[in-house]
Write a protein that binds this ligand. Structure first.
Ligand SMILES: [Zn+2]
Length: 306
């Protein structure tokens, strides 16, 4: 096939339509496209950088879980929210992570566990915006999921940010809460604003790992429940609360343990089923680890007929 005659624009359009490709992202060196399925790297989740607070939620599919390729489509819908050229994107076989400003938002997936994990690491000063963003991500991927796998029944679990900050071995969680109803059908769903209760203020709420055992609760509400609007004074009080938390002991934490288990499962699967082999010598320099793909006819055909 004559490379110059290859309808590259149509190929890109087609791959985008089927959520196999994200881009273009305009970089200094030119346009960049990301095909998560072709990313051989793995993301190993680390503790948040100093000064950042972590929000975490998990989505589990208990009945008729989606097939593995669907998770890659969800990564593309996730990345479509982050195409600003200033953002640093890492795409991997088990998800994607985006550094945007002082924030880091990560999506990890594990089709063996039928699970997606969402993380946003944020300065406390941007906690309200972070809640808003993580729900934007959640709604985006669940709506995409419903459009390709109608039978999916997502069950959302929300982790206590105070417990994550304290690296509790068993963080307190809220599973399938009555204050959030995930999208079911875009045609008939109520608007998002009516499917999520409105939380305001920083009143203390109970947490199973609150060190004020026996006393009144101390954990500020926005560490457990989504809050899209916080005043500067409220953020300052939350910051003071976090500073007063006891120092974290130097032991392996829950997030790291879960992550290691997830990586081991994925590595096992990769050993059993080699990720992929691209024979065409033209695309050996495709720069997969850098997530940059040159869209040659071979790549197009490979991806589309996976
Ligand atoms: Zn807690």
């Amino acid at each position: 096939m004559d490379g110059r005659a290859f309808p590259e624009d149509r190929a890109i359009c087609l791959l985008k339509t089927f959520y196999l490709l994200c881009g273009p992202i305009q970089r200094n060196h030119g346009k960049e496209y990301i095909i998560p399925y072709l990313s051989p790297d793995l993301i190993v989740l680390r503790s948040p950088s100093a000064g950042l607070l972590r929000i975490k939620m998990a989505v589990r599919f208990d009945s008729l879980p989606p097939p593995s390729y669907v998770y890659h489509l969800l990564v593309v819908s996730f990345l479509n929210l982050f195409t600003d050229h200033r953002y640093q994107i890492k795409a991997a076989k088990n998800g994607s992570s985006v550094t945007h400003g002082q924030n880091v938002t990560t999506l990890l997936h594990n089709h063996i566990r039928h699970e997606i994990l969402l993380y946003t690491d944020t300065p406390v000063e941007q906690l309200d915006a972070a809640w808003e963003r993580v729900f934007e991500v959640l709604e985006t991927i669940l709506n995409k999921l419903k459009s390709v796998w109608v039978a999916a029944h997502p069950v959302c679990t929300f982790y206590c940010a105070h417990c994550l900050r304290s690296e509790e071995l068993e963080p307190d969680v809220v599973r399938d809460p009555d204050w959030y109803r995930p999208p079911e059908d875009p045609e008939t769903d109520q608007p998002f604003s009516q499917r999520l209760d409105n939380f305001t203020g920083i009143d203390p709420v109970p947490c199973g790992n609150d060190s004020s055992e026996g006393g009144p609760p101390t954990v500020p509400s926005p560490l457990r429940y989504p809050c899209f609007e916080l005043t500067a004074a409220e953020k300052s009080q939350i910051k003071d609360y976090l500073i007063r938390l006891p120092a974290v002991p130097a032991v392996p934490n829950e997030a790291a343990a879960v992550d290691r288990a997830m990586i081991e499962e994925i590595m096992k699967e990769m050993r059993e089923k080699p990720a992929f082999i691209i024979q065409d010598p033209q695309i050996n320099t495709v720069g997969l680890s850098a997530n940059q793909v040159t869209l040659t006819p071979a790549v197009y055909l490979y991806v589309f007929f996976l």
